[in-house]
Design a protein around this ligand. Structure first.
Ligand SMILES: Nc1nc2c(c(=O)[nH]1)N[C@H]1C(S)=C(S)[C@@H](COP(=O)(O)OP(=O)(O)OC[C@H]3O[C@@H](n4cnc5c(=O)[nH]c(N)nc54)[C@H](O)[C@@H]3O)O[C@H]1N2
Ligand SMILES: Nc1nc2c(c(=O)[nH]1)N[C@H]1C(S)=C(S)[C@@H](COP(=O)(O)OP(=O)(O)OC[C@H]3O[C@@H](n4cnc5c(=O)[nH]c(N)nc54)[C@H](O)[C@@H]3O)O[C@H]1N2
Ligand SMILES: [Mo]
Length: 570
């Protein structure tokens, strides 16, 4: 993010594009409400009438999958309505002419058939965003990232912020509001195939040498190749390129698309190691399980989505055989012949992060004592941290200028047809978290919503299929068929249905398409074609769903117990 979350309150306009903070990030949602109270304009562009739409000054119900056409038209309107900051574009950006050659073609009028948005409304929204004082923030979430044209949409969001000069000043710019509490931290610390900690490239020989020296290994020991992405593992197993998979803090058999197919691919692994805090479906398929401690049992540093490092401490001691993730890694490394020893997490932080990443040097444990925090870049000990990036239009490219990049619109991969006439869009709900290993084990939350979960469907689409609220239904795609409950929802747009990816019985990832974009390799989780059908025998359906759930829970419990009985490995 180019700004901080607290600063969102003081922006003049918040544009939520494919981002549903009310459900996904309640603390950010609070800032949105406060901003509104302080007079900010709120714009929401989402095919669903999400909660924030209720307090929005403008709600734009664009069609599922039409982001790039919409954003191009939005950019077009900024220029043609005379809302562009020409001086900022001249002084601080590159590539305007080429960018405009593409954007010029996408008028609000001629994109209407793709986006479904009234051109007058779109122009008005562009005016609201571009003229807001003192600043606007363009927030996006998975409604951008989990589409075929995700990187393209991000480029265009950034260009929109640049041409309207809604970036490069306090509380402005781009806010890709990262998913989990520590997604930003995982990236900061180099849990990416192309970077060491601090976004330092694995392909740069000097950087490799720096890390080799720190780790006391020959530089040849560090690969100069960009690694694989998690979404590629299945087909790399098929290709014979991956034989062993060490999976840590991830439940791909619940959360990766086309999960039925992935389960078959995992069966071909020679060695499958899982490190988790619960027995998940993925753990149950593993050869070796390494039990780790949970957030309540360990300590460390999280990075929030706005680059804020926050220290957290353990509340309770570990139980049973569980060890901290860092201890497990160190022990595995040692048994593989590399001496990796740390006294505690502070030593890891100082040695692996602060010493190696100049932008984090000033973020000491002392500074983060209690509720203290540090927002990177924080290069020196007395540095206050950096809530706002690119102030005055100083961008971090080699030229110090922003590159404007435009893209042609492309349709999503799997369009609805006669057999599968509905778009399946998979999203989040308040009460459960991602693979549900954590929230599913919490009785209070399970009481709020239980298996087999829901498919949200518009009243018109439900009526056309004879489906009533809470009826048991089949949902099927080219890849699978699942049973779930209908939630007749007037917030869902016609032609699309919405499921969350939490449910084990009503498992949407048995239906989703495994198709990734060519740059980031992120699956197109927000768009595939399905049909929904009422189950004839409702009594049978209820029993069947219950049986499926009990069978799965029983299998996981058996696996967990078998682990307990296994002799400890020496
Ligand atoms: N309670 C709870 N909170 C969570 C999570 C959870 O599982 N449960 N998961 C966490 C994680 S990992 C993440 S990444 C974040 C994600 O948080 P969000 O980004 O808010 O995630 P989603 O709900 O998947 O998608 C956001 C919105 O995109 C919209 N959308 C779908 N298609 C389109 C489109 O074509 N165009 C536009 N403009 N919008 C579209 C959807 O209708 C949805 O409202 O949430 C985090 N917070
Ligand atoms: N269809 C569909 N699929 C999706 C999405 C979608 O919108 N639609 N969203 C995608 C997104 S954005 C995300 S981020 C993924 C999330 O998918 P996952 O990362 O697979 O799910 P999580 O529930 O976040 O956590 C994974 C595992 O980490 C374990 N865990 C928790 N704390 C610790 C710890 O301290 N140590 C260890 N070792 N393990 C721990 C949990 O028990 C859990 O089993 O799902 C993706 N899948
Ligand atoms: Mo995420």
């Amino acid at each position: 993010m180019s700004c901080g979350v607290p600063g969102m309150e003081d922006a003049g306009c918040l544009f939520l594009f494919g981002y549903n903070p009310n459900t996904s990030h309640p603390l950010v949602a609070r800032r949105v409400v406060k901003a509104k109270e302080k007079g900010a304009k709120i714009i929401v562009a989402d095919p669903r009438f999400i909660e924030t739409s209720r307090i929005a000054d403008m709600y734009l119900p664009l069609r599922n999958g039409s982001n790039v056409a919409f954003l191009n038209a939005f950019a077009n309107a900024i220029v043609t309505e005379g809302l562009m900051d020409e001086e900022f574009v001249r002084e601080h950006t590159l590539g305007f002419d080429e960018w405009w050659q593409t954007i010029e073609k996408y008028t609000p009028e001629n994109t209407r058939d793709i986006t479904g948005i009234d051109p007058g409304m779109l122009r008005e929204a562009a005016r609201m965003y571009a003229t807001a004082e003192p600043s606007s923030i363009l927030c996006w979430g998975m409604g951008v990232c989990q589409h075929l044209q995700n990187v393209e949409a991000v480029h265009t969001c950034a260009a929109i912020a640049c041409v309207s000069h809604q970036i490069g000043k306090p509380n402005s710019g781009v806010a890709p509001v990262r998913g989990q509490n520590n997604v930003q931290g995982a990236c900061d610390m180099g849990a990416l195939p192309n970077f060491f900690p601090g976004y330092q490239k694995v392909t740069d020989p000097e950087i490799r040498q720096k890390f080799a020296d720190n780790w006391n290994v020959p530089v040849e020991a560090l690969s100069g190749h960009v690694g694989y992405k998690v979404s590629d593992i299945g087909h790399l197993i098929d290709d014979g390129k991956i034989h062993a998979f060490y999976n840590f803090g991830e439940d791909p058999l619940q959360t990766e698309p086309d999960a039925l197919h992935l389960a078959k691919q995992f069966e071909r692994l020679d060695l499958f190691v899982c490190q988790d805090i619960f027995m998940t479906q993925t753990c149950a398929a593993a050869d070796v399980i390494l039990p780790a401690t949970s957030w309540g049992e360990h300590e460390g540093v999280f990075s929030a989505c706005d680059r804020t490092f926050q220290r957290f401490t353990a509340a309770v001691p570990p139980k049973g055989e569980c060890k901290h993730d860092w201890q497990i890694f160190a022990e595995v490394a040692e048994r593989m012949g590399h001496d990796m020893h740390y006294r505690d997490t502070q030593e890891i932080w100082d040695k692996e992060c602060r010493a190696m990443w100049p932008g984090a040097y000033g973020a000491t444990y002392e500074k983060m004592e209690g509720l203290g925090h540090a927002q990177w870049p924080v290069p020196t000990l007395d540095h206050p941290g950096t809530p706002d990036l690119f102030l005055g239009g100083a961008f971090t490219t080699p030229e110090g200028k922003a590159h404007l990049i435009a893209h042609e619109y492309r349709d999503p991969t799997e369009l609805p047809d006669e057999r599968y006439p509905l778009v399946l869009c998979t999203v989040r709900e308040v009460g459960h978290y991602s693979c549900r290993s954590m929230t599913g084990n919490c009785a209070q939350l399970s009481n709020l919503a239980e298996e087999p979960g829901y498919v949200h469907i518009s009243p018109a689409d439900a009526a056309a299929r004879g489906i009533k609220h809470e009826d048991m239904v089949w949902v099927y795609s080219r890849r699978g068929k699942i049973i779930t409950r209908a939630f007749v929802d007037d917030r869902a747009n016609e032609g699309a249905v919405y499921m969350t990816y939490q449910w084990w019985v009503g498992k949407c990832n048995d239906l989703t398409l495994h198709h990734v974009d060519e740059r980031s390799h992120t699956p197109e989780d927000k768009y595939c074609a399905v049909e929904v059908e009422l189950v004839d025998d409702q009594v049978w359906a209820e029993q069947h769903a219950e049986e499926l759930y009990m069978e799965l829970k029983g299998r996981l419990a058996e696996n967990a117990n078998a682990q307990h009985e296994a002799p400890a490995l020496s």
